[in-house]
Write a protein that binds this ligand. Structure first.
Ligand code: P5A
Length: 428
């Protein structure tokens, strides 16, 4: 992408309304634009990150045999009256009337819609187990939307729903999704800490919140230091479920099963939440299947959420410095930021254009700052938007044929020939 032609409205001023780093940085980096309170448009740079996260989430769901669907954002009130949640949900639910005066709502979650779908098609025990998920927009009329996309009113969520024949099978599904979440977040460069949770308005008795550590988190979490050094291989239910983790007042130092020197205390951001709730919805909405002996079975359900749009903010909270965002490679909007520090110099322009084309052809996602701007502006902009690897071309490129490679995270800079760098990348 040539920056001169891109739509990247970066801001120099620090937006006054933004209280936390990720919100400020997302506005300054031209990733989002507030349409109205708690409701954002995603601009090209922000959308690239959102889509990278969405892709990782979808791949990990598919890997464990969940099937993707797409449900509507608008739902009829009648389904929620059936489940008994319509009156309970309160003011967080945006209620709408259609032209026929029928009660509708903008879905805050989709347990009812998915149960309605499954009860229409699934009649026999042979059709279960089944886990369906979608990634889509939700609306909750939060009383105090804040922190940008972290607590929005309209937000993008992965929501999955499982249907099993027995409690034991439902528990196995729950464990499988728990493990898959640990790996999903790890792929984004995050260590998520599953904390036992209250199941809240959703109902049920087995529930975990997945928290990541960041100074601006909304809750305090207490967890076993072992979380900090978990390897990918250790990300299993058996290993992790045994580790201590608790949030806020649930942590009672007097009753804590591990010694104080092993406890870490930090602020946490909730990026995912999973629930087992048994037959709450299947019973209320008359979902039954026929068992092997003709008996009628009420499926056991669970639901599993990941805050996809919240993750964009959460990743920034965990990855930034005074100069801007520092994207972990797998979610970076571009892998390489190419800076031509002497735009307008015909010789360097030609070399830079050439390199831009070579890298793009090789499949790298490159943001090429070809603007007629001062080098200082280009450097600070590239730092602000957080591209992990910067390639800087200037006088030395002309004199010695070398470029400067800058690692955004460590700040480390190395001079090397373009060929040497390409070889290094190819051998990675
Ligand atoms: C699980 C999937 C549910 O809604 N039903 C379907 C269950 N769970 S939840 O905990 O309420 O939400 C799941 C995740 O969505 C994110 N989230 C939000 N993100 C941004 N703004 C909000 N207002 C918001 N509310 C919830 C969180 O990451 C949460 O874990």
């Amino acid at each position: 992408m040539r920056l001169s032609q891109y739509f990247l409205p970066t801001l120099k001023e620090i937006p006054a309304e933004a209280q936390i780093a990720s919100h400020r940085l997302m506005l300054r980096a031209g990733m989002i634009n507030q349409t109205t309170a708690g409701i954002y448009s995603w601009l090209p740079l922000g959308l690239r990150v959102l889509q990278k996260i969405e892709k990782i989430v979808a791949e990990e769901q598919d890997r464990i045999g969940c099937h993707r669907v797409l449900m509507p954002t608008l739902q009829p009130a009648s389904l929620w009256q059936e489940s008994g949640r319509y009156d309970d949900y309160g003011k967080e639910m945006l209620r709408i009337k259609d032209r026929h005066d029928r009660d509708m709502l903008y879905g805050p979650t989709n347990e009812e819609v998915i149960t309605d779908i499954v009860r229409q098609y699934v009649k026999s025990y042979r059709q279960l187990p089944q886990t369906l998920y979608q990634i889509g927009w939700k609306f909750r009329d939060e009383i105090r939307p804040r922190f940008g996309v972290m607590r929005g009113r309209e937000f993008f969520m992965k929501d999955g729903y499982s249907f099993d024949l027995t409690y034991e099978a439902a528990k196995e599904t729950y464990k499988r999704i728990y493990e898959s979440y640990l790996l999903t977040f790890r792929r984004m460069g995050l260590t998520a800490i599953p904390v036992q949770a209250d199941s809240g308005a959703i109902g049920g008795d087995l529930s975990h919140e997945f928290q990541i550590v960041a100074p601006t988190g909304e809750s305090t979490i207490y967890y076993d230091a072992a979380y900090d050094s978990l390897t990918k291989e250790e990300m299993t239910w058996d290993r992790v479920h045994g580790l201590y983790a608790a949030a806020d007042e649930k942590h009672d130092p007097a009753k804590c099963p591990i010694s104080e020197d092993r406890i870490r205390t930090a602020r946490g951001i909730e990026i995912g939440h999973i629930f087992y709730f048994g037959t709450k919805y299947s019973k209320a909405m008359n979902l039954t299947v026929t068992g092997p002996n003709g008996e009628s079975i009420i499926p056991e359900m669970g639901s599993y959420g990941i805050g996809v749009s919240r993750l964009v903010g959460a990743i920034i909270e965990a990855n930034h410095d005074d100069n801007g965002i520092i994207w972990p490679d797998p979610v970076a909007p571009f892998q390489i930021g190419l800076i031509n520090a002497k735009s307008g110099d015909p010789k360097l322009d030609a070399i830079a254009n050439d390199l831009y084309q070579t890298l793009t052809k090789q499949g790298f996602e490159v943001l090429y700052d070809d603007r007629d701007e001062r080098p200082g502006v280009k450097f600070s902009n590239m730092d602000l938007i957080g591209i992990p690897t910067q390639i800087i071309m200037g006088n030395r490129t002309l004199e010695q044929g070398t470029v400067e490679i800058k690692n955004r995270r460590t700040g480390e800079r190395t001079d090397m020939s373009i060929e040497a760098w390409l070889n290094k990348m190819a051998s990675k």
